[in-house]
Design a binder for this molecule. Structure first.
Ligand SMILES: Nc1ncnc2c1ncn2[C@@H]1O[C@H](COP(=O)(O)OP(=O)(O)O)[C@@H](O)[C@H]1O
Ligand SMILES: CC(=O)N[C@@H](CCC(=O)OP(=O)(O)O)C(=O)O
Length: 246
């Protein structure tokens, strides 16, 4: 979403999806860039950003401001009636501070609950919610929360109202056996196969939170989970990697 051309393409494909839809975005690269320009160093541990008070201000401005507004404006230009939200809006996503163990992540929140009724009511008005990766605790504290996790929690909550497909989009056709071979797509991924491919190093880095969250969403009721390229989004049966529980 942080490359203008890729964003334009994603917007066009997202706009073409029939039915009700929700978009979740991060913006970690831009947050790191803006923080650096303000003299703040960014530190990631286990893929999560250590978020002190200054960093929380930056991510609130970048995800909830700059990126959210740009995405909403481009969706409006594509004919999608988008509304930009954080988890604090309409009390949609509550979280609690990630407990301090060996590491204190600062203002990083783990999702506690999703206001499914509120989100369902919003979707039924015809609005298309666009979520920044920000949650709140209900007592005035905002949190930085991983975007893949938010998408999984929203998909699970919405599965009580709709037949939900959770799609994780990125630059490859899906989970690959070899990232340099475009013909090595893993079309179907069971949790057992995931463990094997993780253990032998085939699946790593940024793909791990997508798949961990994807399998959790399936276990919590989401009907379908796919990892794919954004150009597959408009198809009813996108090509990509479909997660299955067995
Ligand atoms: N087996 C795999 N198949 C596809 N992508 C993989 C695999 N293993 C690791 N990855 C990496 O996961 C990345 C996706 O995660 P990431 O870039 O962190 O996503 P985002 O920033 O959109 O959350 C890909 O760019 C790719 O480099
Ligand atoms: C707690 C935590 O790490 N939050 C992420 C939220 C952004 C995200 O998840 O999205 P991208 O991967 O697209 O940046 C972060 O600040 O990087």
């Amino acid at each position: 979403m942080e490359e203008p051309d890729a964003l334009q393409e994603l917007i066009a494909h997202f706009a073409a999806i029939p039915g009700k839809k929700v978009l979740v975005h991060g913006g970690g690269r831009t947050a790191t860039d803006v923080a650096g320009r303000l003299g703040l160093e960014s530190r990631m541990v286990q893929g999560r950003r250590i978020t002190d008070a200054d960093t929380l201000d930056v991510i609130t401005m970048v995800y909830g401001g700059l990126i959210s507004r740009k995405v909403v404006a481009q969706l409006q230009a594509a004919g999608v009636n988008a509304v930009g939200l954080t988890g604090a809006d309409l009390n949609l996503i509550r979280a609690r501070k990630r407990p301090v163990g060996e590491i204190d992540w600062g203002f990083v929140g783990d999702v506690e609950s999703v206001n499914g009724d509120g989100l369902h009511a919003l979707l039924e008005t015809g609005a298309v919610p666009v979520f920044a990766a920000i949650t709140h605790d209900g007592h005035g504290q905002l949190f930085n929360t991983n975007a893949d996790t938010i998408a999984a929690e929203l998909a699970a909550a919405l599965s009580a109202y709709y037949d939900v497909t959770l799609a994780y989009c990125f630059e490859h056709p899906g989970v690959m056996r070899d990232l340099n071979d475009p013909n090595s797509l893993v079309a179907e991924l069971t949790s057992a196969r995931y463990r094997t491919l993780k253990d032998d190093g085939t699946i790593k880095e940024g793909m791990l939170p997508k798949l961990d969250n994807g399998f959790r969403a399936l276990a919590k009721g989401a009907q379908h989970v796919v990892v794919c390229k954004s150009d597959q989004l408009q198809f009813q049966q996108p090509q990509g990697t479909w997660l299955t529980e067995a």
